[in-house]
Design a protein. Structure first.
Lengths: 126, 146
């Protein structure tokens, strides 16, 4: 029963963190290179632009949900199961979501990297 | 990629690994959260280990946002996955835990993945606003006849 609960938590973490990652990435691309922006306009402008971006706020909301799902998951199962399982599945979900929603060019190199990292994370937990 | 950008990616990696370890320690102290009392998890932030973990994760978040402002999501995520390798190395050399052959193989796969993605470009889509307002490109003819 506890294991079934852990997988529900893992599914919630993967969905929420993928949604959060995509929204945050979209927000930060819209804001632009924060290093350049800080040098040109100052740190306050950077903070203002980031905090007033709707995608950023929604992304933070999704990440908060993912964070609490992680805390619940960690209390139900070992970190060596929840962490790597959620991380491995999130790598693959993010590659798909980035291609569809962010129109990133996910070429062979990036697919291989995502799969190698996901596989490596699973082996670390074995 | 500049040295500053590599430093930002390193900060993402280190803050995430340390933050996750602290959270794990805190949640183990608190024990299992019952599905009937999920609201108890909100009080978990009062645990000092969880609170310290959150501070590290805030550092991670700032570095992660900075990286996402100049690189693709599918570049940043694999490039910063060396945190898992860092955790295994801490377990082996600082905590003197036994790291099995399977785990070393996992470390090898992650390192290969990181090597793969960091050899490619960090950004594949042109940022729309990076072109200054009122910018008009020179006609190709003038460019080819200096």
């Amino acid at each position: 029963m506890k294991q079934a609960h852990a997988w529900v938590a893992i599914a919630a973490i993967v969905m929420a963190s993928t949604t959060g990652d995509v929204l945050l990435s979209r927000a930060m691309k819209h804001v632009g290179d924060v290093g350049d922006l800080r040098r040109r306009r100052g740190a306050l402008i950077v903070v203002g632009r980031v905090l007033s971006n709707p995608s950023f706020l929604l992304g933070v909301l999704a990440m908060t949900f993912a964070f609490y799902s992680l805390l619940v998951g960690l209390s139900w199962a070992d970190v060596s199961v929840v962490g790597p399982a959620a991380a491995a599945l999130t790598f693959i979900a993010n590659a798909v979501a980035a291609k569809i929603f962010l129109h990133e060019r996910v070429d062979h190199r990036r697919w291989i990297a995502a799969l190698l990292v996901a596989g490596g994370v699973v082996l670390l937990a074995a | 990629m500049t040295f500053r950008k590599y430093l930002v990616l390193a900060a993402v990696t280190v803050f995430a690994a340390v933050g996750d370890s602290l959270l794990s320690r805190g949640m183990k102290q608190l024990g299992s959260v019952s599905p009937q009392h999920l609201s108890n998890v909100i009080l978990a932030i009062l645990n000092p280990w969880v609170a310290l973990g959150i501070i590290f994760l805030l550092g991670f978040f700032a570095a992660y946002m900075t990286a996402l402002s100049w690189a693709d999501l599918t570049y940043v995520l694999p490039a910063t996955s060396l945190g898992y390798v860092l955790l295994a190395l801490i377990a082996k050399f600082l905590l003197h835990e036994d790291v099995s052959t399977t785990r070393w193989l996992g470390i090898l796969l992650i390192s290969a993945g990181v090597g793969f993605v960091t050899r490619g470009p960090e950004l594949t889509k042109k940022i729309p606003h990076s072109k200054p307002k009122g910018y008009v490109a020179d006609p190709i003819a003038t460019r080819s006849n200096p």
